[in-house]
Ligand binder design. Structure first.
Ligand code: DQA
Length: 154
């Protein structure tokens, strides 16, 4: 085996954890719904959980649909899977769903709140049909469950 091949074989696998609009405000945004943990807390949880599985995390947040789509495209070739909380784009974005289909990576959808216990417009997700699994209403623990799932799925 060449050095390059053995380096590739021993390189930690990476996951992309992607957060959509308004999630930069976690901690102060409607804490009765979304909790008091900040996005930095979510990032730390993700890095710790991934580390248990020997995985590394690329962690990102954007308020812009196209930036999220570009990040999904870029994950092809760099990430073994994606955890995404698309925020309100969950309920509106065919384009993000199409990007997920296009990259053919396992994607886990996460929502902090139980969207099914909230307004009717939050009950439909364009993302769920193209997601490998969905964790809803478990707060920030949902990100950890999503990482466990990506790390251990067959
Ligand atoms: C959310 C639920 C969405 O309906 C909402 O627009 C968000 C956050 C959640 O994590 O519970 O921004 O994705």
């Amino acid at each position: 085996m060449t050095d390059t091949a053995s380096d590739a074989a021993s390189a930690p696998r990476r996951l992309l954890v992607l957060n959509g609009p308004n999630l930069n405000l976690l901690g102060t945004r409607e804490p009765a719904i979304y909790g008091t943990a900040t996005l930095a807390d979510v990032e730390a949880l993700c890095r710790n959980r991934a580390g248990v599985h020997g995985l590394e995390v690329d962690f990102a947040q954007s308020n812009h649909e196209g930036v999220l789509i570009d990040a999904i495209h870029a994950a092809r070739g760099t990430a073994a899977g994606i955890v995404i909380n698309p925020g309100a784009f969950t309920h509106t974005s065919i384009a993000i769903a199409d990007a997920i289909s296009a990259v053919e990576l396992p994607v886990i959808e996460v929502h902090l709140s139980n969207v099914h216990a909230r307004e009717a417009f939050r009950h439909h997700s364009y993302i769920s049909p193209v997601a490998a699994a969905v964790f809803i209403g478990a707060g920030i623990n949902g990100y950890g469950y999503a990482i466990d799932q990506l790390a251990t799925r067959g």
